[in-house]
Design a protein around this ligand. Structure first.
Ligand code: ATP
Ligand code: MG
Length: 284
């Protein structure tokens, strides 16, 4: 096991990137830093690059935040994983289909870590429906993976700001972990649209494409790419259905984890129905 999950000293991440809950701050260990978030102490490993640190980002004239630099590391700098899976999505909300996919791909391919990377602006979904704030989506993913070995929540795309492109995130990963082999993990609905992704040629060049079948209409994968197919249990669950369930007052039990359900309830997410085409890929 890579040591990037669990409440250990190695379980530290670039400032703000996928915090893990800790017990108490220890004065005996000056680095990594401890920060209090909502009453919980969260351990961070300060990124070595000055521009990744917590300095507030400047704002544009329209009030939008300037994007973070590309080199904000999406995975723990201290861990040096050699096989990294990147599983991007909107995760609005994250559900058991995502988790079952991530743990099974990790197992099948012997990955050190799978990063569930939360898209800041899932540009392919924009306009189709209201997307929940990135902070809420990240909080849910973090809660979903908190106790899962080898899965981490990634907020590099959120911190970078702007539209989220997998090609950019892979470039960051490749820069931070030059010796690592990278894997881009997608469900077949997302895989079918990969040629619409921004700079998809870079995605293919930098990483191995991993596809899992997803219940629903069969899709054709672009034949010009080599795909690694991984069999995972087929779970007919989607975030679209879960949002509709909340709006309709139907049960969500067993479709997402309890900590995620708690956040959905506490933050009052998805109370209003939002029409959306199901199955649109979130990455790009
Ligand atoms: P939405 O219904 O809002 O599109 P979603 O359930 O499709 O949400 P996304 O965040 O869009 O979730 O998907 C992120 C990634 O997870 C995509 O690659 C998608 O194909 C994959 N994925 C989502 N649900 C499943 C599932 N049940 N089984 C396998 N892969 C899935
Ligand atoms: Mg989708």
């Amino acid at each position: 096991m890579s040591g990037v999950s669990g409440a250990t000293g190695a379980d530290t991440v670039c400032l703000g990137h996928g915090a893990k809950r800790g017990r108490t701050p220890s004065s005996a260990s000056p680095a990594p830093a401890w920060r209090s978030i909502g009453g919980d102490y969260v351990q961070y490993n300060t990124c070595q690059r000055v521009s990744c640190r917590s300095a507030p980002r400047s704002r544009t004239r329209t009030g939008a935040r300037e994007p973070r630099p590309l080199h904000c590391s999406p995975v723990p700098a201290a861990a040096a994983p050699s096989r990294i899976g990147l599983f991007g999505g909107t995760f609005d909300p994250p559900h058991v289909g995502h988790l079952v996919t991530a743990v099974n791909v990790r197992h099948a391919l012997g990955l050190d870590v799978v990063v569930l990377m939360v898209a800041n602006v899932p540009w392919q979904k924009q306009g189709a429906r209201t997307i929940s704030p990135a902070d809420d989506r990240f909080a849910m993913v973090r809660a979903a993976v908190a106790d899962v070995d080898g899965l981490i929540a990634g907020d590099a795309e959120i911190r970078r700001g702007g539209a989220s492109y997998t090609a950019d995130t892979l470039a960051v990963l490749a820069g931070e972990h030059p010796a690592a082999t990278l894997f881009t993990i997608v469900g077949d609905d997302a895989a079918a649209g990969i040629t619409t992704w921004e700079r998809h040629d870079e995605v293919v060049a930098r990483s191995n494409l991993v596809v899992v079948d997803r219940p629903g209409a069969p899709v054709r994968l672009p034949e010009q790419f080599d795909w690694i197919r991984v069999e995972v249990p087929h779970l007919e669950v989607s975030s679209t259905d879960l949002r509709a369930r909340v709006a309709d007052g139907r049960p969500l039990d067993y479709l997402l984890t309890d900590p995620v359900l708690q956040i959905v309830r506490e933050r009052g997410l998805y109370r209003e129905a939002s029409v959306a085409p199901a199955g649109v890929g979130a990455a790009g």
